[in-house]
Design a protein around this ligand. Structure first.
Ligand SMILES: [Fe+2]
Length: 569
């Protein structure tokens, strides 16, 4: 802190001058003593300078309310909202989250550093601290066809950026534990900084090798037993409560039943729809749920504040105490956790601060769909009368199962003809005009009389399409070429509706209500066309090309077995 600022804060702390703002008569959750303490909170120059009996230029009486530090969302992907990144920040800030640790993994896979810079740029004037972890696995695996390959050399420019805290989720666990030199170079580049993990289903020995490389967090733990294995190795568990993947209940139940310590646990949302945040909140939702399941309110607040702050080396964040940033939330109770007032750097967050002014988008990010040679011949599958590896899609899950079956229509050597059980699925490389198309069959999607397609297709974000006939699949793909990315639904040779996502094929340039309404319409249509009601059509489809989650995927190179790590077609 500069001397001039320190002197002003010090004088306010010693009551020689008035504070800028005092929150009077607060019940303050002290994360260091684990007690609720009474007092008035003095704020000067955006910083908490003292707790006690203070006077301020401005005073707000918070008698009967509870005060905590602003919550920290320890891991999230803003691109998943499909709207300007500031929209999620603003919505979550209203709910008491004042620090976000963002992983721009999707943008980086499409546009490399331009994508990362877009996220940094769009969030630099947010009413919250927005930090970035540099995406470590771009592409996620060597079999991916993504937009840009990011090497350690490409990342050097970020190491000294004060908003960059370290290396983002390291999902290529094999590259880490087998000592891949490129991965090792990234770890060395971020030596002394945080490395986020992504380690579902490792053996204890693999996990040991992963931890000793320097990974210090993981948000992929889905069971209490697994995360305790990680905790035993010192890995911080970021309990995830996203829109599709929800792990809070299983992990918190384990903690409560085993009377385990909550040290080393934080909360995150990973991938969460904006509608869910508007309706249920952000980290306040996690805290509320954890408390309702039996975690003490103070323990839950520590999981949302000081624990992630310490984990990520944020020394002035996470507590209501002298020397901490005045990121403060006034709550109605420690049960309901309804935010009454939120302060960021000592300023009350109001509608003016939440007024979103998107920064200009570089033109190259508006032109990222580069398809070549999209024609009907590419979609023909003729395996003959032999079993074909089919992707079984599972409602509410992003994992898939492999079923080997003779495809309808192929018994006598003819081409695969989808029926009401088995659809055609295809992934079209869209970054570099390579013309690669992987084609396969998917069980359990059920769409009839058309197709849907999406340029949101983790993690490489090629165009993925699924349908019951080639003409509609091709029409859907051509439509997304026209709009430079998006979601589309085609029915009987006609485009029913398209959500344009022209920014990297991931993000809309329209507002949130426009996006939500289109998604609602298209989701309803997909269900009407036969997709099971308990399956979210676009989100589920968007994971069918992700070759790091078991068991079988469709990527531009063909059908890929994640378990065997090889192409099957
Ligand atoms: Fe993630």
């Amino acid at each position: 802190m500069e001397l001039e600022k320190y002197n002003a804060c010090s004088q306010a702390a010693r009551k020689l001058i008035k504070a800028d703002l005092v929150l009077k008569n607060a019940s303050i959750v002290n994360v260091f003593t684990s007690r609720v303490e009474r007092g008035s909170i003095a704020i000067k120059n955006g910083m908490i300078v003292g707790i006690g009996d203070y006077e301020g230029e401005e005073e707000i009486d918070v008698e009967g309310k509870y005060v905590t530090s602003g919550f920290i969302n320890s891991h999230l992907h803003l691109e998943s909202t499909m709207v300007n990144p500031q929209v999620m920040i603003a919505e979550a800030a209203k709910h008491g989250t004042t620090t976000f640790i963002v992983d721009p993994h999707e943008a980086a896979n499409v546009a490399g550093r331009d994508g990362i810079d877009y996220l940094l740029d769009q969030t630099k004037n947010s009413p919250a601290h927005v930090y970035v972890m540099i995406a470590s696995c771009v592409p996620a695996t060597p079999v991916d066809d993504n937009g840009v390959r990011l090497t350690a050399k490409d990342m050097e420019c970020y190491v000294d950026n004060r908003r960059v805290l370290g290396l983002g989720e390291v999902m290529d666990t094999q590259a880490v534990i087998t000592g891949d030199p490129d991965m090792n170079a990234k770890f060395q580049l971020f030596d002394g900084k945080v490395k986020d993990g992504h380690a579902p289903g490792l053996t204890k020995e693999e996990l040991a090798a992963y931890a000793l490389a320097g990974v210090s967090t993981d948000h992929e733990g889905t069971s209490y037993e697994y995360v305790m294995q990680e905790r035993a190795m010192g890995i911080t568990c970021l309990i995830r409560e996203g829109s599709a993947a929800r792990n809070l209940e299983a992990i918190v139940r384990g903690i409560v039943e085993n009377n385990a310590t909550t040290d080393g646990f934080c909360f995150c949302t990973d991938d969460r729809h904006i509608e869910d945040t508007i309706r249920d909140g952000d980290i306040d939702n996690c805290v509320r749920k954890a408390v309702s399941m039996g975690i003490s309110p103070i323990a839950a607040i520590k999981m949302a504040t000081i624990q992630p702050a310490r984990c990520y080396g944020l020394r002035r964040t996470g507590a209501v105490a002298p020397g901490f940033d005045a990121d403060i939330v006034v709550w109605d109770s420690l049960k309901d956790f309804n935010a009454q007032m939120v302060f960021y750097n000592g300023k009350r967050i109001d509608d003016g601060m939440l007024n979103i002014q998107p920064a200009a988008c570089p033109p190259q990010l508006m032109d990222t769909v580069h398809l070549s040679n999209v024609n009907p011949e590419k979609l023909v599958i003729k395996p003959g009368n032999v079993p074909f590896p089919v992707i079984k899609m599972i409602p509410g899950e992003i994992i898939t199962e492999r079923i080997d079956m003779v495809l309808p229509g192929t018994e006598n050597g003819g081409p695969f003809v989808p029926d009401d059980k088995v659809c055609k699925i295809a992934s079209f490389e869209r970054h570099h005009y390579t013309g690669k198309v992987g084609v396969g069959a998917a069980y359990g999607f059920g769409i009839r009389g058309g197709a849907i397609a999406s340029s949101v297709s983790h993690d490489s974000h090629n165009i993925i399409a699924i349908g019951d006939n080639d003409e509609d699949i091709l029409l859907a793909v051509k439509e997304l070429e026209r709009t430079h990315g998006g979601y589309t639904v085609v029915e009987h040779g006609k485009i029913y509706e398209t959500l344009e996502l022209p920014i990297m094929g991931l993000i809309s340039d329209r507002d949130q209500s426009y996006v939500s309404e289109k998604v609602r319409l298209m989701t309803a249509k997909a269900h009407e066309m036969g997709v099971p009601k308990d399956m979210e059509p676009f989100v589920t489809l968007s994971f069918m090309g992700l070759p790091v989650i078991p068991e079988i995927r469709c990527i531009p190179r063909g059908i890929y077995s994640v378990d065997e790590r090889k192409l099957l077609t």
